[in-house]
Design a protein around this ligand. Sequence first.
Ligand SMILES: *Cc1c(COP(=O)(O)O)cnc(C)c1O
Length: 368
Amino acid sequence: MILVSDSKAQYEAIKPEIDGAIQRVLDSGWFVLGKEVVAFEAEFATWNDNKYAVGVGNGTDAIALALRAVGIGPGDEVITTTHTATFGVLGISMAGATPVLCDINPATGNIDPSQIVARITSRTKAIMPVHLYGAPAEMEPILAIADQHGLVVVEDCAQAHGAEYKGRKVGTLGRIAAFSFYPSKNLGAFGDGGLVATDERALADMVTALRNGGQEGRYNHVYKGVNSRLDELHAAMLRVKLAHLDEWNRRRGELACYYHGKLEGIPGLALLPGPLGGKSVYHLYVVKVEEGRRAALQEHLTKRGVATTIHYPTPVHLQPAYRDLEQGVGSFPHAEAFAQACLSLPLYPEMTQAQQDTVVAAVREFFS
Ligand SMILES: *Cc1c(COP(=O)(O)O)cnc(C)c1O
């Protein structure tokens, strides 16, 4: 089976390095928030052109803590896209704030900046663009709107480590940014992990305190923080992977380009355009399938040994957990249509051209 993403193939490609890192941590006898975390934070900040990086337990916490650090909490509204991993929106809820959802650009799947202004109220404090599928959101209009209305921009970079917008890394465009190291992400841990990046010392200090019980110094709990610490094992393995990330992202770009050339022009199948104003790191290769045929295509591909997934089948506003937003079917038509059409094909750096040819042949066979 050709998987949509293959963490095991990646481990096998760098096994000696990973095993060495694990052994180093086990031998050190120190397992939570230690030397490896400090080193990883410094290396990640340098790699991403941020002044500060703070490792946390997962990407959802990274969002919640980033929001809390910029002073967002109960009574505040944060505007974000409805077509995303619901976890990101849960991060807003966990900070105590209210998510205000917004429709997408039907071509890219990313938040539609032209629909943001209408969602702003007197309670709006922030906009959280998501760089979905590895492609940067349209940041220029988003930053202009934020500037005009005095809003903070918090970037959800969970799917876009290394993506660029107009020559700048995502995570450096807003005031603070959240990353996830869930195993399938472009930079994936062997378990859960996350990180908050910013250029502001005070915000980094606040997240550093919040992630560790709100402590400033030991046994001095200044805030009602959380337990969202990054493990030494994860940090040590992430350091190994970070050194490979640019090469892996380059390979993802190559694979996406190859798919694009081979899948263009198939009636019934729509490809996403390249990112608007930037560089995608192709966390996922998503296509749109003609109405009513997606399930049949998935079934056909499964029979040919090709796995697929749907990112995401249900927009956030239609999730039972967000029924309280009172936005039923029809609230965000572009996102609802996208959710019905999108399909993620296999794409990961270790994928071979022969595997890609298998995917392409199976897709073409279905539509012929
Ligand atoms: C993965 C993801 C998250 C959540 O990250 P976790 O590490 O799984 O908590 C948030 N937002 C987006 C867009 C994601 O893809």
